[in-house]
Design a protein around this ligand. Structure first.
Ligand SMILES: Nc1ncnc2c1ncn2[C@@H]1O[C@H](COP(=O)(O)OP(=O)(O)OP(=O)(O)O)[C@@H](O)[C@H]1O
Ligand SMILES: [Mg+2]
Length: 240
């Protein structure tokens, strides 16, 4: 399948360091409008670091990040959310002392500081288990439900690009499939997805295009079908 023509996120020559230790060494990739892109790579390869730099959560040493034609390289995380790029962080981070509904409303704050209740119905239709538990404290949810809440909190902001960092971590297979299927459905409805995932098979099944991250560099790329059948995966994960 051809990639869509319109670029939504363009990352070029990205370098990121923690103190003096550079861990991302000149990474370039892009996500096209409405595309489902997967970033794969071993533990510690630099995937989360790349995502955090794109979302403005950590500083970049060098490189450019453009989103929907604008340079967002120096934008604050809040401004980045406001232009329609939302990242769901690793490890289902939700506010435990707030209810499900209040957690969801937080996802609307970037565009409306008082919260936008009109957006709730759409996410409750998409995630009926969240509607059922709307008045419960997030701390009472299971890990899987907290992850669904974290994804729902991202989706309620109606991003054009949703970034998911290992949504499967620690979850049961059924919940993982559910989350990836929701992401794929949102993608069919026009949203772009950038997914980091350790579950290679599942990620390749849902994604359209794939980049392989190898110790802070892009070690290969291709359509998910091409990558599925190539020996690049073995090189990246098994080292031969
Ligand atoms: N806050 C930090 N301070 C210093 N070094 C860090 C920090 N966060 C990550 N690193 C290092 O940067 C490198 C890349 O880490 P990163 O978390 O981006 O990898 P990852 O590909 O997301 O791994 P995983 O699959 O385990 O989530 C690793 O060597 C890691 O030890
Ligand atoms: Mg990570």
């Amino acid at each position: 399948m051809e990639r869509p023509a319109e670029s939504l996120l363009e990352v070029h020559g990205l370098h990121v360091a923690y103190g003096k230790a550079e861990v991302v060494h000149g990474v370039s990739f892009d996500v096209r409008a409405g595309e489902f892109v997967v970033l794969l790579g071993r533990n510690g390869a630099g995937k989360s670091t790349i995502l955090h730099a794109v979302s403005g959560l950590i500083p970049k040493r060098a490189g450019s990040v453009r989103y929907a034609g604008r340079d967002i390289g120096a934008a604050t995380p809040r401004d980045i959310v406001r232009v329609g790029l939302v990242q769901v962080l690793e490890g289902h981070r939700v506010f435990h002392s707030l209810t499900v509904e209040d957690n969801l409303l937080i996802g609307t704050y970037a565009r409306n500081p008082r919260g936008d209740r009109s957006k709730l119905a759409r996410v409750y239709a998409m995630f009926p288990e969240m509607a059922q538990k709307r008045h419960q404290l997030a701390s009472r949810l299971s890990g899987g439900q907290q992850q669904i809440l974290a994804v729902a909190q991202g989706v309620i902001g109606e991003p054009r690009l949703l970034i998911l960092d290992e949504p499967s971590a620690g979850l049961a297979p059924l919940v993982i499939d559910r989350i990836l299927e929701v992401a794929a459905q949102l993608c069919r409805d026009g949203m772009a997805v950038l997914l980091v995932e350790q579950l290679v098979e599942r990620a390749l099944r849902h994604g359209h295009y794939c980049y392989l991250v190898e110790t802070g560099r892009i070690g290969g790329e291709g359509s998910t079908q091409e990558i599925q059948g190539s020996d690049l995966l073995q090189r990246i994960y098994l080292g031969h």
